[in-house]
Design a protein around this ligand. Sequence first.
Ligand code: CO
Length: 208
Amino acid sequence: MQIEQIFKNNEKWIADKLALDKDYFKKLSEGQNPEILYIGCSDSRVTAEEIMGVQPGEVFVHRNIANLVNNVDLSVMSVLNFAVRQLNVKHIIVCGHYYCGGVKAAMKAEDLGILNPWLRNIRDVYRMYKDELNAITDETLRYNRLVELNVQEQCINLIKTAAVQQAYKQRNLTVHGWVFDIHSGKLIDLKINLPEILSNIMEIYSLE
Ligand code: CO
């Protein structure tokens, strides 16, 4: 990919948008009102908007390595608070993906420097579900299952925050856990039963 090509692509994109609607960019500049917050992996193969078929203005996006919702990460917590409290999003999606390099790295005994504390969050997920994961003999299936469980735990992490707890009570807000299967291109809804999970843990995590 030549960097110059990106600017050519941009000119073409502008022309295509204006051909459909001459006020397209004027409207975009007036503000955003997305109903969805998407938290996904930084992986170059898992483009948020393209896999969902959504347009600029429709989804507020945060991406990091292995789609983690880390309680002490100022970046993800700022995005979350802004999306829930200012933009009033109706849906929060945590989208993991099979063949995630971050999850794979967390399954290996290897010193990865600054990535150690970040990937430690995934090792913690492994520890919580060690019996289930170790019972899966096929390594790829075990890896895929850890991707799914990581998504589930990040959804739970969302609900540990005051912003999400308050929005849950006051208005309509739904948390979704998805996985993108790079091998087929499919988005899979893990159909995580969050109300049931919450009923078991809220005595510990309630902030109200
Ligand atoms: Co990834």
